[in-house]
Design a binder for this molecule. Structure first.
Ligand SMILES: [Zn+2]
Length: 201
């Protein structure tokens, strides 16, 4: 796999069956019994996207950029119309932390370096590839977890966060601690979510 593209579903906090078809991993959010975000596996495996033209099924998440791309989506943002009208499902900070940690594990598992060309939001992909159907995509131009971040800084902010988790996980691996890189369970949450206030650069 050559890259990860990060989306929001523009749906509710729970993935529906269509969303499960379109992304490899989805991060849901539950309020009851306590606030929890977990990773759900979509219907396709990342490897299904190695070849998107042979007629077999793949996760269609990024128009013009599906081949070799892992699609990670954060569940939420239904009804988003712009900063003044963000709808009733703004992405929760906890979902973002789970997303960063998941992407860090995927980077280690598939040997993906963290750069602007390998980890990007759908919005960034659309900007870079204006002659695809990804042009003008809104995910992710607004981060409810960090509402003061302008659209143009969100990609760097996300990459910095993923880098932080990746370094932490790499250190654990080096020290022989177990790190689960097989993300095959339908639902899992990292046991500990350690955060640091990453800065956008
Ligand atoms: Zn998208």
């Amino acid at each position: 796999m050559k890259r990860i593209i990060i989306h929001w579903t523009a749906g509710t906090y729970m993935p529906n069956s269509v969303e499960l078809e379109h992304y490899h991993y989805l991060i849901d959010f539950n309020q009851v019994p306590k606030e929890k975000a977990s990773v759900k596996c979509g219907k396709c495996k990342p490897e299904d996207n190695l070849n998107c033209t042979d007629g077999s099924r793949y996760a269609a998440h990024t128009g013009g950029g599906n081949t070799g791309s892992i699609g990670v989506a954060i569940c939420g943002m239904l009804g988003y119309q712009g900063i003044k009208q963000i709808g009733n499902y703004p992405i929760k900070p906890l979902q973002m932390e789970v997303c960063y940690e998941l992407c860090a594990r995927l980077c280690i598992k598939y040997g993906i370096e963290i750069s602007k060309d390998t980890i990007m939001t759908h919005y960034e992909f659309g900007k870079k590839n204006p002659y695809t159907t990804s042009r003008g995509k809104q995910d992710i131009v607004y981060l409810a977890s960090n509402p003061s971040l302008p659209a143009g800084k969100i990609g760097d902010f996300i990459r910095n966060k993923i880098k932080w988790y990746q370094q932490k996980l790499s250190l654990k691996l080096k020290e022989g601690e177990p790190v689960e890189l097989n993300i095959s369970k339908t639902s899992r949450t990292p046991k500990t979510l350690e955060q640091e206030p990453a800065k956008a650069s």
